[in-house]
Design a protein. Structure first.
Length: 99
């Protein structure tokens, strides 16, 4: 059975895969978003190293809790940016076919 860390890491990797797809990455010309996504990828890599059962030397510079907080911050920033852009399309709710 997979541990919670493994499941969470798998979810983070899915997020990375989706956000790295050409359909999405090509539509993100915003420098802020590009930097935020790059930082998110770095945090995912750091988290993977911390929870890895194969780690030789423990890295005490950053704890898993600190990484989780940073991951949360980046995901919230991306969500806020996405929600802001989705609001631009609210007018579509009012469009209905002619009857």
């Amino acid at each position: 059975m997979l541990e919670e860390n493994d499941l969470f890491l798998a979810s983070l990797e899915q997020i990375r895969e989706i956000m790295s797809s050409p359909e999405i990455s090509s539509r993100a010309p915003n420098v802020f978003l590009t930097e935020t996504v790059s930082e998110l990828y770095e945090l995912i890599d750091q988290y993977a190293k911390i929870v890895s059962p194969e780690k030789d030397i423990p890295d005490h510079s950053v704890t898993a809790d600190e990484l989780l907080m940073k991951l949360r911050e980046k995901l919230v920033l991306i969500q806020e940016h996405t929600n802001k852009n989705l609001k631009m399309f609210d007018f579509l709710k009012k469009i209905a076919p002619k009857t």
